[in-house]
Design a protein around this ligand. Structure first.
Ligand SMILES: Cc1cc2nc3c(=O)[nH]c(=O)nc-3n(C[C@H](O)[C@H](O)[C@H](O)COP(=O)(O)OP(=O)(O)OC[C@H]3O[C@@H](n4cnc5c(N)ncnc54)[C@H](O)[C@@H]3O)c2cc1C
Length: 447
């Protein structure tokens, strides 16, 4: 069987490795347009923060290992430009300018996502950069070093923007962040978002809300980022306005699209066409709380969907339930985490949301080094089901979010969750874990 995979990162290489392990005699070909495969994009902000570290450390497995040890026909510098579902072929152009065409019995699209770049004057100027691929990471690291960058404007305030803000501050760069919306992290409960905002301001970050990017001009002393009501003289502009799925080749081949133009897949990762699967940031997923389609491009889903697609290609039927939208990131000394729905999302999904906000401690009473944890829980008044939880704090947040994430997968009520046997010792939390305290408050509210 000929199994062709478009894209050689998290979803694509997970699928290729899994297929080859399951069926060693299968012909597995990966077509990757760049020269990089299998790297940790998530590690890039932390690598960029440290000039002593090479960005090549982020490569998880080198291309030669996939080729020589795993027998995968991995072709870098191969950009797929078209899929012909009736003929079961893919075609494109390789880095040397030559056209190529491959036949497939099964195809996996694992083409990921690309940064959103606003169509404003000056967007293509040198020094206007975005961070998605390893090559982007190399370019940013090199630019900061070679051009003696001192001042950066970051356009956007999502998690990648915030991680890069921290990375640049570690290099002692002056940072301004701008966005047209008046709120930081609009999906986060307001008092939690306020804590994050204070953390950024205490680290000297200049936050400009209500400022959209109008254009970028080149000047004698670097770049001028022109915003709605102000302008910033900087050495570099980082565009971090989110990503969009790389679904054009799928759409052009007549495959059905879904939320945010991601490729529509079922729970077996099959697209609207027989024999064509899609996995990772390019594809949608079911949300385990709403049971509707959603698009939340994150790494674990990409890896897991790559495995599941390969299992189905190999005839080992695999169905994935979906995702809970669980995410965590660091903003200087704060951990910010979420799982499930917030109140507007719960209302939009037809629930009757009730929310409680609780401020509690990261360690047992009187234990040294206590810090505050802020929690915000959402539940459905009608069914008593847990719908979501958000947390912000200096410690004990990142992995604590995994318990309610599992509860959401299990469709637990708040009462069930409040009776969970969670671990306790004074250095790690109060006897009643902060999440149990919040669940108990919620029980009082939903009655
Ligand atoms: C800076 C940064 C930090 C992140 N941090 C986190 C984190 O902390 N936690 C988390 O869960 N997620 C994080 N993510 C997101 C995570 O990296 C992605 O969810 C994951 O990489 C998706 O994997 P993928 O294989 O679907 O897509 P990608 O990693 O985008 O890979 C797709 C591949 O397909 C190739 N390709 C695209 N089109 C074609 C074509 N036409 N022909 C051939 N090849 C093609 C691309 O070159 C690329 O190599 C982060 C992302 C970034 C950029």
């Amino acid at each position: 069987m000929d199994f062709i995979i478009i894209g050689g990162d998290a979803a694509g290489m997970s699928a290729a490795s899994r297929a080859k392990r399951t069926q060693p005699d299968m012909n597995v070909t990966v077509l990757e347009m760049t020269q990089d495969v299998s790297y940790s994009a998530c590690g890039m902000p932390y690598n960029i923060a440290d000039p002593q570290r090479s960005i090549e450390e982020l490569v998880v497995r080198r291309a030669e290992v996939f080729r020589e040890k795993q027998g995968i026909n991995l072709l870098t510098g191969h950009r797929v430009e078209g899929i012909q579902p009736d003929a079961q072929t893919v075609s494109g152009v390789s880095a040397d300018g030559k056209g190529f065409s491959f036949s497939y019995d099964r195809l996996l699209i694992a083409s990921g996502a690309s940064p959103v770049r606003p169509k404003v004057p000056g967007i293509d100027l040198p020094g206007v950069l975005a961070l998605k691929s390893l090559e982007d990471g190399r370019n940013i690291k090199q630019f900061v070093k070679d051009k003696n960058v001192r001042r950066v404007a970051i356009v956007g305030m999502g998690y990648i923007a915030l991680e890069m803000c921290e990375a640049f501050r570690a290099l002692d760069l002056e940072i301004s962040m701008l966005k047209p919306n008046p709120n930081l992290l609009p999906w986060l409960e307001r008092s939690c978002a306020q804590v994050v905002q204070q953390e950024l301001e205490s680290h000297g970050v200049n936050l400009l809300f209500g400022q959209g990017l109008k254009g970028i001009e080149a000047g004698a002393n670097g770049l001028k980022a022109v915003c709605d009501e102000t302008s910033l003289d900087v050495d570099m502009v980082l565009i971090a306005m989110g990503v969009r799925p790389n679904s054009d080749i799928a759409a052009n081949a007549g495959l059905a699209l879904s939320v945010a133009d991601s490729i529509a897949v079922d729970k077996k990762l099959q697209t609207s066409h027989d024999h064509i699967y899609a996995a990772g940031d390019c594809a949608d997923a079911y949300h385990v709380v709403t049971r509707s389609k959603t698009w939340i491009p994150l790494a674990l889903r990409a890896n897991g969907a790559g495995w599941a697609a390969a299992d189905n290609v190999c005839g080992k039927e695999k169905t994935l339930p979906g995702i809970a939208g669980t995410a965590v990131f660091k903003v200087f000394d704060l951990e910010v985490a979420r799982t499930g729905l917030n109140v507007p999302e719960a209302s939009a999904a037809g629930f009757e949301p009730v929310a409680v906000s609780v401020k509690t401690r990261s360690k047992a009473h009187a234990h040294p080094g206590n810090t505050t944890i802020y929690l915000h829980m959402v539940a459905d008044k009608k069914s008593g089901k847990l719908l979501g939880l958000q947390m912000v704090g200096r410690e004990g947040v990142a992995h604590r979010i995994d318990a309610p994430a599992v509860a959401l997968h299990a469709q637990m009520t708040v009462e069930d969750f409040s009776e969970s046997d969670l671990a306790y010792a004074p250095p790690f939390g109060p006897t009643w874990d902060p999440m149990l305290t919040t669940a108990n408050q919620m029980l009082k509210k939903i009655g």
